[in-house]
Design a protein around this ligand. Structure first.
Ligand code: SAH
Length: 228
């Protein structure tokens, strides 16, 4: 298995390079995000999850560039920096139960699953949900559950969540998601309509239920499509 071993080593080298690019982007955006560097937890997850397994063969050579990539059905796997930042912003802890909206390739779910106890993730498009679920199972992520559905409604049966990560842009923050966040919880969500400048918003729910929000960064995500 010399060739296989060598290949794994090559991917690891590319992943290290990706981490360096993410580090550089954290440094550039420090004033806006308030985060100087990836937390050790998020860095370890980003170093471990094999992004090349979450894209098709044509995109594989580009898997460790700090860019979004197409995943079919008009959707994209987010830029690695944005995945790291979104994960850091919700301050994940090992005992957390997290909701992701917009499963896509399953990559963000895998990064979260490396850190937290359990991840529930919702995808509107059935073929993407099915593919992500199969991929995550094959990679051994037994702590991720994928469901086909409309993320605007959240996943009330599994609520409340310690954190919510939304990976598609909504014109406004869906109230159902705010309600499904635990007191003390955090949600990260790109907010803005089609054609608008979107903002990555960090919402925090205090122990008394009071909600505060902060605009973190201008971003560009695919839209959170209203479900039927
Ligand atoms: N987190 C993904 C990136 C997903 S792109 C990853 O790591 O690869 C956003 C995803 O949100 C797309 O797959 C899109 O189909 C999905 N989506 C759009 N509207 C949705 C909705 N209302 N509910 C759930 N998923 C939705």
């Amino acid at each position: 298995m010399l060739a296989g071993g060598a290949e794994a080593q090559d991917w690891r080298t590319l992943r290290e390079r990706m981490l360096a690019e993410i580090d550089a982007t954290y440094a550039e955006t420090r004033a806006e995000t308030g985060l100087a560097a990836m937390s050790p937890r998020v860095r370890a997850a980003m170093a471990k999850v094999e992004r090349h397994r979450f894209v098709g063969p044509a995109e594989r050579p580009l898997a460790y560039r700090n860019h979004p990539l197409p995943i079919g059905h008009g959707q994209t796997i987010s830029q690695p920096y944005i995945v790291a930042l979104s994960t850091d912003l919700v301050a994940p802890e090992p005992h957390h139960v997290v909701l992701e909206v917009g499963t896509g390739s399953g990559y963000q779910a895998a990064v979260l699953a490396e850190i937290v106890k359990r991840v529930y993730t919702i995808e509107l498009l059935e073929p993407l949900a099915r593919q992500a679920a199969a991929r995550l199972a094959e990679l051994g992520y037994g702590n991720v559950e994928v469901r086909v559905g409309d993320g605007y409604a959240g996943w009330p049966e599994k609520a409340p969540f310690d954190a919510i990560v939304v990976t598609a842009a909504a014109p406004a923050i869906p109230q159902a998601l705010v309600e499904q966040l635990k007191p003390g919880g955090r949600m990260v969500i790109p907010v803005g309509g089609a054609g608008d400048i979107q903002r990555l918003v960090l919402l925090a729910k205090a122990a008394d239920g009071t909600v505060t929000r902060r605009n973190v960064l201008p971003v560009r995500f695919v839209p959170l499509v209203p479900g039927k």
